[in-house]
Design a protein around this ligand. Sequence first.
Ligand code: HEM
Length: 216
Amino acid sequence: MVEHIDGNRLQSDLRYRFDYLSKFLNFNSDDIAMLNTFAPIVFPLIPVLSDAVYRKLFSFDITKQYFLIRNDGFQGFMPKKDCGLTVDSAQMTFRKDMLSVYLKRVLTQTDWNDTFLQFLSQVGKMHTSQSGSTSINVDYIHINALLGFLEHLLIDVLFNADSVDEQTKRGILMAVNKFFWIQNDFFTMHYLMSLKDNSTSDNTKEPTKTSKCCWI
Ligand code: HEM
């Protein structure tokens, strides 16, 4: 039997898109339960993971540069140029907290309701040029690389968790992997939206399809 999927609706309805991805990847309530089981194993290590992520981003000038731009909620000193901004600067500690909040929310969420899907989508959108004044404009190549790096960090934590039996480890591994592909899609959909918008604005002809995102 062939299930019909509406291509236009995939572009305009976040829940519909998530349901399609979930069916395709076989991501279900068991996977969510596995992520929740993983939470207490990861939590004590979140500061270490967060630190590793920012050390990685700060080890290349092309990724470090994104952190030299002032961010809204931070009131402390913010260097405009790279005059010694380090992973341990006050403002970086603030940002590391944001990653901690993200990881904690993903691992503890029991009901993947619309608000949570919007949260995953918003995280993706803010890294593109689609988010108005809060846009960070990170090139997608770095997002892809960091998603891979973060997933490897989590797999490493899992494989070092001696208290977890092999079957549970397998379940957690599968759930983590599925999650990363879903989050990756929630990044790429906004990047593709940016591309479409750019090509539409470059184009003098009337666009045939609407390319505006209506999820957020
Ligand atoms: C695994 C992929 C990534 C995830 C899950 C992620 C997650 C986040 C989250 C949760 C926030 C805070 C959102 C908020 O304000 O509530 C954030 C902000 C930010 N991210 Fe990412 N991010 C990723 C990749 C990247 C990469 C590759 C870069 C740069 C090379 C980057 C640069 C930034 C910057 C500059 C901010 C703004 C921080 C601020 O305003 O203080 N992110 N990210």
